[in-house]
Design a protein around this ligand. Sequence first.
Ligand SMILES: Cc1cc2nc3c(=O)[nH]c(=O)nc-3n(C[C@H](O)[C@H](O)[C@H](O)COP(=O)(O)OP(=O)(O)OC[C@H]3O[C@@H](n4cnc5c(N)ncnc54)[C@H](O)[C@@H]3O)c2cc1C
Length: 381
Amino acid sequence: MNFEPTETQQLVREMVRTFADKEIKPRAAAIDREDAFPRDLYRRMADLGLLGMTLPAEYGGSGADTVSWAIAEEELARANASLADAQLVAKLMSDVILINGNDEQRARYLPAIARGEKICVIAQTEPGAGSDVAGVQTLARPTADGYVLNGTKRFITLALVCDLAVVVATTDRTKRHEGIALFLVDAETPGFRHGAKDPVMGVRGLETGEIVFEDCHVPHSAVLAPPGLGFKQAMRSLNKGRIGIGSQAVGIAQAAMEEAIAYARERTAFGQPIANFQAIQFMLADMSAQIEAARLLVRKAAWLTDQGRVPVREAAEAKLVASETAVRVVHEALQIHGAAGYSSESTIERLYRDVRLYPIWEGTSQNQRIIISRELLRGPR
Ligand SMILES: Cc1cc2nc3c(=O)[nH]c(=O)nc-3n(C[C@H](O)[C@H](O)[C@H](O)COP(=O)(O)OP(=O)(O)OC[C@H]3O[C@@H](n4cnc5c(N)ncnc54)[C@H](O)[C@@H]3O)c2cc1C
């Protein structure tokens, strides 16, 4: 067993940390306050090869492994969760197109996504269906030359700035999983409409909102995964997404602990730095141990992916533990800040709002427990 990162993984970490510290972190508060997508920083991530990092070279990527990507996600989130998540969406959607797209779609979209010229989103959640993916109501009605899409998607990251979307729709609402198909839809297609913005509490600046389909006619070639396969492919993507979200949670927790350490050293009470109090020291000790445990789980799930496995239980465990850990760590870090942490001008207050999303998206904590227990009870395969 080797816990040492490879030379490439170390280089990725150094490069992303330098970039994130110098260019992203100083703007993190403004991104949150203004809640507008920082397209220039997104382009910088593309220039640094971060948007297509795991794509093959022929599509503009550098063929990095999943562990390197997980490290990059953690380092980006340590500076700003929103940009880390924008990178996650680019990676996941590139993978979906790479695996399921035809040659024309791959050539047309993958290099453009890697260059940051096109933004592709996952349009799965609806006003009436989140955890229950098989319950989506967006209807894809077959026609002679393709499908007509009708329905509304909500809480879609980058919805208002996207150029294309992987749409989870049903061809038959009575068939649940068996009716689910995936479509790749260009935002310029008539009937594709960017809807209203969803006002969100944290992870702001991602133009999260609605995408509406009104008699949106797509050709047969837009089908990425037909009914029957669509649900499986959506679950595969969510599985990889859990490694990314877990990595982001570790990055946020790490940032919160660093803030807490700095504050504990500088703040004095009763004539001494609060870092001298054992109550504070033990909170920091618990943070460090829990963050490292979460990091190891996330890295293990990433490593298993690099071994060609589909680590369903491990990715769910990593996401569950990392997101719940991050919520606890940020909560304690705010406690160490006292009233200063409750000020909306503090970094920790932003992290507190950001981190609350992690046990919710990419499958709630309850959803992860369902997956883990199902895998356990299924027994060895
Ligand atoms: C900022 C933000 C960005 C997002 N980005 C995207 C995106 O890009 N694309 C996208 O498609 N979606 C996105 N989502 C949606 C996100 O993935 C969903 O919110 C998530 O899947 C949970 O669905 P829900 O909110 O509808 O909750 P629900 O499914 O309605 O669940 C509500 C509660 O019931 C619990 N629950 C549900 N089913 C069960 C069960 N069987 N057993 C026990 N408890 C259960 C849940 O755990 C939760 O506590 C985003 C959400 C947010 C807030």
